[in-house]
Design a protein around this ligand. Structure first.
Ligand SMILES: [Zn+2]
Length: 108
């Protein structure tokens, strides 16, 4: 499921995000989809499902906090979250979702 909304994304400074398996993307991409951004968010949907939603939230936050202690930088802390590492690495591989192994984020 995809929702197009600007206010929330502008608030957090992102072009797209996935909350509880629902993709939220900037309105400018409604008629002009960014396939890589969409692929990135679809990878997050798989991760949300695999971790039964709560697991994603808990691991995402703990991993972010751990990274913040480690790198002392918000952007680095975000980029090195295991879920983000998988999504950023594979977002340009448009066949990834179909070929991806279950819980592949564990590798990161
Ligand atoms: Zn992401």
């Amino acid at each position: 499921m995809i929702i197009y909304s600007d206010w929330y994304l502008k608030l957090i400074g992102m072009e797209g995000t996935t909350l509880f398996g629902i993709i939220i993307i900037l309105k400018k991409y409604k008629n002009n989809p960014n396939v890589y951004l969409l692929n990135h968010e679809k990878i997050h949907v798989s991760q949300w499902l695999e971790t039964l939603f709560v697991g994603f939230l808990v691991l995402y936050i703990l991993n972010f906090l751990w990274n913040l202690l480690r790198y002392k930088n918000f952007y680095e802390a975000y980029k090195f979250i295991i879920f983000e590492r998988e999504a950023y690495k594979e977002m340009y591989n448009l066949n990834y979702i179909e070929k991806r192994f279950w819980c592949n984020w564990i590798k990161y």
